[in-house]
Design a protein around this ligand. Sequence first.
Ligand SMILES: NC(=O)c1ccc[n+]([C@@H]2O[C@H](COP(=O)([O-])OP(=O)(O)OC[C@H]3O[C@@H](n4cnc5c(N)ncnc54)[C@H](O)[C@@H]3O)[C@@H](O)[C@H]2O)c1
Length: 252
Amino acid sequence: MTLGPQLKGKTAVVTGGASGIGAAIVSLFAQHGAKVAIADLDFDNAKLVAERCVAEGGVAKAWSLNVTDAQATSLLMSEVAEEFGSIDILVTAAGILDQQDFLEMSEETFDRTIAIDLKGVFLAGRYAAPYMVKQGSGRIINIASQTAIKGAVSLSHYVAAKSGVIGMTKSMALELAQYGILVNAIAPGPIETPLFDGITQEWRNAKKKELPLGRFGRAEEVAPTALLLASSPGGDIYTGQTLGPNSGDVMP
Ligand SMILES: NC(=O)c1ccc[n+]([C@@H]2O[C@H](COP(=O)([O-])OP(=O)(O)OC[C@H]3O[C@@H](n4cnc5c(N)ncnc54)[C@H](O)[C@@H]3O)[C@@H](O)[C@H]2O)c1
């Protein structure tokens, strides 16, 4: 069987699409024929990613969005639906990570991570899903983290948010199946992206030794999992699942 462009005629919104995993998903989706809306706080990088897609013959446009802003998220979805005609796929990749020991963590640090990494995922799904309900189909792919499954030192706020994402994904899958909307999560292991910039070399070396594959992943190696979940027939019977491109670090 020869597979053609798998997302031809589909519109995808990718939050956090200006960098790392989100940007790799944007590129792969555009290569597969989707019209892609890149929604990110970093509008300059979002524009660069969009320009690169367009230069390669794809359709992509950048939007400036803070995923913690409900009104702005609602407006973004209506603008994308107006400009591209539908919202078929949502990928929630926007996120932050900063290490902080539990005994030193401030309420402000905890709240900020929950606002971006959990509430931001809720808001994007909350305002994208009605367009999918109207058309009787859709795919929502939430980017979680394997840390939600195994825990992580100095990341209790991040792990709380990502565990919330996995749990919410299951509830969304249960509620939205009746409308033909499939909702899944991806829980990557360590992936070399700018999110990792602040992590020490010492930690990296120790972590690599723990991994059965002996190396971190690249964003381009996570994007095909999103393509699988977004496409048909590949993704047709996945819902409420958490897939783990993680170098073998977690085997649930
Ligand atoms: N890199 C890893 O090892 C790894 C592992 C597991 C999960 N993840 C998750 O994958 C997702 C993408 O991470 P990445 O590694 O590509 O990081 P990244 O830093 O390269 O990209 C994150 C993007 O999110 C955007 N963003 C941050 N706050 C935002 C906000 N309030 N509103 C809108 N956009 C915002 C940033 O501008 C950036 O473009 C995150 O949710 C992260 O938690 C990453």
